[in-house]
Design a binder for this molecule. Structure first.
Ligand SMILES: [Cu+2]
Length: 120
């Protein structure tokens, strides 16, 4: 087999194409599978968007304040709490275990959201 390939002048090119294929398609697929799940919630117009979200255990949620007004992400059970988030500030929390986690903005208590964590 090796000799047959050695005589084939297109072989190095094919090997090169195979490497490009692996780099372009195979590696990102492996990386995507290995990366922990993550999702985002925007804070805009004095509301969390989406207001209600369901994720699998181990998911990291990143909230981003899109308003010109400071907001917080503060859970009702105090298991997580951001500082005051200015415009474009982010807050991250990874939800390790299942449950329903309601939260609100301490500055504007009418702003509420909930994260449902359950196996999917
Ligand atoms: Cu607020």
């Amino acid at each position: 087999m090796t000799r047959a390939f050695a005589r084939n002048t297109t072989h190095p090119l094919r090997a090169g194409l195979a490497l490009v294929f692996c780099a372009a398609f195979v590696t990102p697929a492996i990386c995507a599978a290995a990366a922990p799940p993550a999702t985002t919630v925007d804070i805009k117009k004095f509301a969390y968007a989406p207001k209600e979200i369901t994720v699998a255990p181990g998911t990291k949620i990143t909230w981003t304040n899109r308003d010109e007004t400071p907001h917080t992400v503060t859970s009702t059970d105090k298991s997580f709490a951001s500082k005051g988030l200015d415009t474009d500030d982010k807050f991250e929390h990874t939800f390790a275990s299942e449950g329903n986690f309601s939260y609100a903005c301490t500055l504007h208590p009418f702003m509420t959201g909930i994260v449902h964590v359950r196996k999917q």
